[in-house]
Design a protein around this ligand. Structure first.
Ligand SMILES: Cc1ncc(COP(=O)(O)O)c(C=O)c1O
Length: 374
């Protein structure tokens, strides 16, 4: 395939976003440098309040990362050795990692072939009397079947923790991702739909008691200064990162609307040319953390796109049941959809500032380079 000389296209475009927000970013950063409260400064509570208003839950506990949000949630529920936590095999490793860090056993279940989100029937089959929690992942930015999952959990007396690391800003039946279950965990990793300039995350819950426990765990288990009521960790999100999120909230509603436009346009274009893509259910939206298609000849498509200056990524090339560190320590049965998805998914450039002409170029390049349709 001939390489067409085009300017390189960014996979995500944080530079344009930064230009648009430079004044507010500078103002926010300068304010933190002036007051000097780098840990638990005033921007932490200000951001938590702003995010609570956005997500709609009663409590927001900011934490050091999405991984810590998940781990602290498990710790707050006293989930540990002898307990099982059900999660999809097709996710980022952090979802399973935290279960093992808590001392519990990850139980890996399969995903739906069209959305790549966890399959509710597979969750039901995996429930035992050791199951303490279900962790559905809102993969690529789209919530899973949360009503069905919550109902299933309620019948069995277990807790649901939404891994909403990729889905800040998404909606499910009019409710916001993060507020769809007992606990919702977000990540503010720079490339996420709402990202800071380092690591950050947040836990959302309506449960005041659990919120208080999470707050204590994030500061070494302290209920008051040097009163260590429980075992915790250094799980705080630092003040500068909270200030960055506050600046980014200025543009966030516009960005989410743009993500929906860009994702919807990709959908129409790929449907027209008959290339299979991740589906979105009509009763929910995706924050389009990733825009993902399915191609059988992925390696060829990736290298053809690279030659045209179009970056791609694979989320995720190996399901957790095949990962060396999880294979032995997890429980799982057959996972055909997770295995198939890991071989065919391909994520394309996706961000709020993606221009339609660039999108056209990307779709055309995928169409021209794939010989086999999934
Ligand atoms: C599904 C999922 N869970 C958890 C995480 C962990 O978030 P963080 O990188 O903020 O620790 C990520 C981040 O990549 C993720 O995509």
């Amino acid at each position: 395939m001939e390489a067409v000389a085009t300017p390189n296209i960014p996979f995500i475009d944080l530079a344009t976003q930064q230009d648009a927000l430079r004044e507010e970013l500078d103002r926010r950063i300068s304010a933190v440098l002036a007051h000097g409260q780098y840990i638990m400064g005033p921007e932490v509570a200000e951001m938590e309040l702003a995010l609570t208003a956005k997500v709609g839950g009663a409590h927001c506990i900011s934490v050091a990362s999405g991984t810590d949000a998940l781990l602290i949630s498990l710790m707050a529920l006293s989930i540990g050795p002898g307990d099982e936590v059900i999660l999809p095999a097709f996710t980022f490793a952090a979802t399973a990692e935290v279960v093992l860090l808590a001392g519990a056993t990850p139980v890996l279940v399969d995903v739906e072939p069209d959305t790549c989100n966890v399959d509710v029937a597979s969750i039901e089959e995996a429930i035992t009397d050791r199951t303490r929690a279900i962790m559905p992942v809102s993969l690529y930015g789209q919530p899973a079947d949360m009503d069905e999952i919550n109902a299933l959990a309620e019948r069995h007396g277990i807790v649901v923790i939404e891994d909403a690391a990729q889905s800040f800003g998404a909606e499910y039946k009019g409710r916001k991702s993060g507020s769809l279950s007992k606990l919702g965990c977000n990540s503010f990793f720079p490339s996420k739909p709402l990202g800071c300039y380092g690591d950050g995350g947040a836990i959302f819950t309506d449960d005041a008691e659990l919120a208080q426990v999470c707050r204590e765990i994030r500061v070494h288990g302290q209920s008051a200064r040097y009163v260590h009521t429980r075992v915790g960790l250094a799980g705080r999100m630092d003040t500068l990162q909270c200030a960055i999120i506050l600046a980014k909230l200025q543009r966030f509603d516009w960005e989410i609307a743009r993500r929906l436009d860009v994702g919807g346009r990709y959908n129409r274009l790929f449907d027209e040319v008959g290339i299979r893509r991740v589906q979105q259910r009509p009763d929910r939206t995706s924050a389009f953390a990733q825009y993902t298609v399915f191609v059988e000849d992925r390696a060829e498509v990736q290298s053809a796109l690279k030659a045209r200056g179009i970056p791609t990524a694979v989320h995720y090339p190996v399901p957790l049941n095949e990962q060396p560190s999880y294979r032995e320590k997890s429980r799982f049965g057959r996972l055909p959809q997770s295995e198939r998805a890991s071989k065919t998914v391909l994520s394309l450039p996706m961000h709020p500032d993606l221009h339609p002409a660039v999108q056209d170029r990307i779709v055309e390049a995928v169409m021209k380079s794939t010989k086999l349709q999934s």
